[in-house]
Design a protein around this ligand. Sequence first.
Ligand SMILES: C[S@@+](CC[C@H](N)C(=O)[O-])C[C@H]1O[C@@H](n2cnc3c(N)ncnc32)[C@H](O)[C@@H]1O
Ligand SMILES: Nc1nc2[nH]cc(C(=O)O)c2c(=O)[nH]1
Ligand code: SF4
Ligand SMILES: [Mg+2]
Length: 210
Amino acid sequence: MVKDEVLILVDKGEMLPLMEEFYTIQGEGFHKGTAAYFIRVGGCDVGCHWCDVKESWNAETHPPTEIVQIVENASKYSNTIVVTGGEPLMWNMDPLTDALKAKQLHTHIETSGAYPLTGKWDWICLSPKKNKLPKTEIYKKAHELKIIVYNRHDLIFAEEEAAKVGEDCILYLQPEWSMREKVIPLIVDYVMQNPKWKVSLQTHKYLNIP
Ligand SMILES: C[S@@+](CC[C@H](N)C(=O)[O-])C[C@H]1O[C@@H](n2cnc3c(N)ncnc32)[C@H](O)[C@@H]1O
Ligand SMILES: Nc1nc2[nH]cc(C(=O)O)c2c(=O)[nH]1
Ligand code: SF4
Ligand SMILES: [Mg+2]
């Protein structure tokens, strides 16, 4: 395919810059402990200084891949597909989720919400970032809110963001990995004082799995 054709297809979301895909156990949030197939789409300009997948940021380093190929492969492994990145909402997610849904697969997304919501999702994990806040429309659609706690101030940010989600949205505080020893005590105290919050850990990192 010539370069311009590829760009047009990526623009429509019919091809996506695919960084990696893997069958593992969802490590975080509400579905932690459940086997799922992960599709990691390249490209993110949110710029979290502690991001644990900075290699995802530059979309140009990840090959544009056809949706049919991604879905065909994913469907062999699991009926739950987690789309993450990078920031998946930088791309039009409609073609990918239409194709996943056509195979009766459950679609989950991990997103900062910094770009317009596209795609049909059975589960939306919204993880807002201070440097590029979510678009207004996604807050009421999120099934879980997952705030990364790097320092004490993030607990204030967590409350500001929790005020924007729907009543049934499940609220999580997740320690930033490199600061876990320092912030876990803060999170534990906070959750006991404010039991509307729950703790989320990156359990895959303790299990030594992707
Ligand atoms: C790598 S991001 C990709 C999806 C999307 N860009 C986002 O931030 O939600 C996947 C999840 O990992 C979280 N995360 C990234 N780096 C982390 C770290 N160092 N410690 C804890 N959680 C982290 C993000 O907040 C997000 O919930
Ligand atoms: N096992 C596992 N669970 C995860 N939950 C969210 C992840 C992500 O990077 O989006 C992730 C990940 O990278 N691995
Ligand atoms: S929004 Fe997600 S992928 Fe982008 S820098 Fe932040 S944690 Fe990393
Ligand atoms: Mg991860």
